[in-house]
Write a protein that binds this ligand. Structure first.
Ligand code: KIV
Ligand code: ZN
Length: 514
């Protein structure tokens, strides 16, 4: 029997800390449900003390998800721990993850605390967290640059205080695999009560080594890996869940551990996170990139056709790539539509939502003959169905004109809190003109940080998915839209972002000063 490797997903917490990746409560619930289907062991659902919205999101995830442990992050301060304890209360299984920095530079410059004070605070925090749950995780932040002797001291003390998981973060992505693996070996050997806790790796990807460092930790005794879908996270991101999981699964000859992940849910999870955050996946990204299983060169294709294993070490279907077959068309009925959505694990809370989605499906089928699974997934993600609560703006109609040598023009009609308004504008292109027309009605004053378009399937009739990132007074939001017409998709994404902007909270960053 192999040891179980706990997969701790922090897409909703560390992933969300990435500037611009902030998600609404509804979006977090959707991702959490997908993570549950993926069978991750632990979902770090957020930092409840950051804002009321973050608290409510963690609470909502704890209420909704049944099969994964729900974790809330807390600095080693009373309010954070109490808020985390409250937020995870509805969970079948809840965890508090508390942390304090242990590296000389963090203790001296950020915390302004002596090493003795840090040990005392860490022990106090773990004991307080234990009053809310038996499942407490402790992280010595910036462990990768901490003195190993001091780490041994803190960790021994927090295990005695009741921490069941010890997470070792390489907070700034400074470590290299041999060194990080050796650190685990050292800690597990030297700390007398190390057998009373599960040791965990939490790596950042600043040197592109997060996955390699996490795997080195596993080879040296780590039995939990903290990771995010698509490697989402601040700066260069966190350890990519899909890469760690598939490395373990594919190289069972090398690793003494196994996971319980349902790998066929990896690609749907990747698409959902990319779609919601607007952080597109690069085509050559391992496992979930569009080219990850594409065999372009003639030699490779020939080899794969003769014998798959000549050039393939994993099967695309095993990570959830569909074989791109047409699933529905213009004449498919409501029942076929509902059944295929159910097979894809997409459920609606009300009949009305299903009906709305079916209307959208019919509209799409009129414009696009062959409907693929990816189209259906995009269709239900589209903000026309998954609406922002209490939306202020809605797209009523859009007319654009463009001609060689002339300025492109757009005429947009918006529903603005019950009233229709129309405006025209010219721009560098039709998308620019459309955004200018919208802006002339809403006067958001926000700046556009990102605009991107990607195609859901191949072909010029494919659905285009657009992402728009906007910023105003420190609040950053992402809007998404999908349509076979990319200008309409762009307008939808812009309006979706505007609807989110008005309610976006200003949040505290967990790794800022206490
Ligand atoms: O990278 C880090 O140190 C963290 C901690 C909060 C665990 O994310
Ligand atoms: Zn981190």
């Amino acid at each position: 029997m192999k040891d179980h490797l706990v997969i701790f997903d922090t897409t909703l917490r560390d992933g969300e800390q990435s500037p611009g990746a902030s998600m609404t409560k509804e979006e977090k619930i959707r991702i959490a449900k997908q993570l549950e289907k993926l069978r991750v062991d632990v979902i770090e659902a957020g930092f409840p003390a950051a804002s009321i919205g973050d608290f409510e999101s963690v609470q909502a995830v704890a209420t909704t998800v049944k099969d994964s442990t729900i974790c809330g992050l807390a600095r080693a301060v009373e309010n954070d721990i109490r808020r985390a304890g409250e937020a995870i209360k509805p969970a079948n299984s809840g965890r508090i993850h508390t942390f304090i920095a242990t590296s000389p530079i963090h203790m001296e410059k950020k915390l302004r605390m002596s090493p003795d004070e840090v040990v005392e605070r860490a022990v106090w925090a773990v004991k307080l967290a234990r009053q809310f749950t038996d499942n407490v995780e402790f992280s010595p932040e910036d462990a990768g640059r901490s003195d190993p002797d001091f780490l041994c001291r803190v960790i021994e003390a927090v295990i005695d205080a009741g921490a069941g998981t010890i997470n070792i973060p390489d907070t700034v992505g400074y470590n290299v695999p041999e060194q990080f693996g050796a650190l685990f070996n050292d800690l597990l050997t030297r700390i007398p009560n190390s057998d009373k806790a599960i040791f965990s790796a939490h790596c950042h990807n600043d040197l592109g080594l997060a996955v390699a460092n996490s795997l080195a930790a596993v080879q040296n005794g780590a039995r939990q890996v903290e990771c995010t879908i698509n490697g989402l996270g601040e700066r260069a991101g966190n350890t990519a869940l899909e890469e760690v999981v598939m490395a373990i699964k594919t190289r069972q000859d090398v690793f003494d551990v196994d996971t319980r992940i349902n790998t066929q849910e990896i690609v749907p999870a990747s698409r959902l996170v990319a779609n919601i955050t607007g952080f597109a996946v690069q085509p050559n990204k391992a496992i979930v990139g569009a080219n990850a299983f594409a065999h372009e060169s003639g030699i490779h294709q020939d080899g794969v056709l003769k014998h798959r294993e000549t050039y393939e070490i994993m099967r695309a279907q095993d990570v959830g790539w569909s074989d791109n077959k047409m699933v529905l068309g213009k004449h498919s009925g409501r029942n076929a539509f509902k059944t295929r959505l159910q097979e894809l694990g997409i459920e609606f809370e009300t009949e009305q939502e299903l009906n709305d989605a079916f209307v959208r499906f019919k509209e799409l089928a009129d414009r696009k003959h062959e409907i693929y699974d990816e189209d259906l997934q995009s269709l239900v993600t589209d903000n026309n169905i998954m609406r922002v609560e209490n939306e202020t703006y809605r797209l009523v109609s859009l007319k654009v004109s463009t001609e060689t040598g002339e300025s492109p023009e757009a005429e947009v009609t918006l529903w603005i809190e019950g009233q229709e308004q129309t405006a025209k504008a010219q721009g560098g292109g039709v998308v620019d003109a459309t955004f200018k027309a919208i802006e002339s009605m809403v006067h958001s004053g926000a700046s556009l940080l990102l605009y991107s378009v990607s195609n859901v399937t191949n072909g010029t009739d494919a659905l285009g998915e657009t992402a728009v990132r906007m910023e105003k007074a420190g609040r950053i939001v992402n809007g998404q839209g999908a349509d076979t017409d990319i200008v309409t998709a762009s307008a939808k994404a812009y309006i979706n972002a505007l609807n989110k902007l008005k309610d976006a909270p200003v949040k505290a960053h967990p790794q800022a000063d206490v």
